[in-house]
Design a protein around this ligand. Sequence first.
Ligand code: PEP
Ligand code: MN
Length: 313
Amino acid sequence: MIRNTREAKPELINQKNIKYMETNPCNNNAKGGYSIPSKVSRKTKQEDTIVNVNGVHFGGSEIVIIAGPCAVESREQLFETARSVKASGASILRGGAFKPRSSPYNFQGMGEDGLKLLAEIRIETGLPIVTEVMDTRQMELVSSYADMIQIGSRNMQNYPLLKEAGLCGKPVLLKRGMMATVEEFLLAAEYILSQGNDQIILCERGIRTFETSTRNTLDLSAVPMLKSMTHLPVIVDPSHGTGIRWMVPPMAKAAVAVGADGLIMEVHYKPEAALCDGYQSLSLEEFDLLMPDLNKIASAVGRELLVHKRTMV
Ligand code: PEP
Ligand code: MN
């Protein structure tokens, strides 16, 4: 369903914003046009925005861990993985039902059957779920199941989809486009916010550079940069950011150290058998071992990990 989107009104621009707009890189100063006040900007709103994903809060002092498989593949795969990441202390379950694959011949996801499995395991575990929406035509369906919708890297500049996300009534996990600058990333978030939805979490997931030893180059410098420029929470995806399983733990720890408000990580009960992104997925044991280490880094930077029913050592 395509709905009408709200237009920014020039008369709503106040004097304070006009002064700031002169120096704000977030503003699109089109020649001869007016500038739109930047709702994502830290200068427009100083205090941190707290994003509430069905009772799990991002952007406060606690660091939130999202974990789960790249894609929902089967009941057994999802349920075993979900139970285990919960026992390890994850607060939100991830899992794609509609997958943006580079090849059209690769597994495309289970679709609505995958969403149903996510809804079922949410009831059992109590973990809110985040899952990707790739198309405006899927928005209503996906947001009827998900606690938070994900807009993937490939869709960060899909403006109709961003506008729909602004109207969907659910928090949005917005991943940085693999070729997007920080400014373009913030402008993508502005599209969602311009529709009245401020429940947006930004996710740094690696950008494409000349470097080929890793799948992407995880731009951790974007984290403090984004935190200074915007009031929105910022999380990091070290799975897609590196594409290599053994690099996920060190980069996850580094992300917490540079001020990330959370992490999203791919975890699979049998990574070697995964239909999607197995080479970058942590095993259940690896994830379990990582969590106490993350907790130590969090306390070293004056924060703590939000954990479910687990005593950290
Ligand atoms: C994912 O989270 O599985 C995914 C496809 O991520 P990205 O959009 O960052 O590539
Ligand atoms: Mn993936």
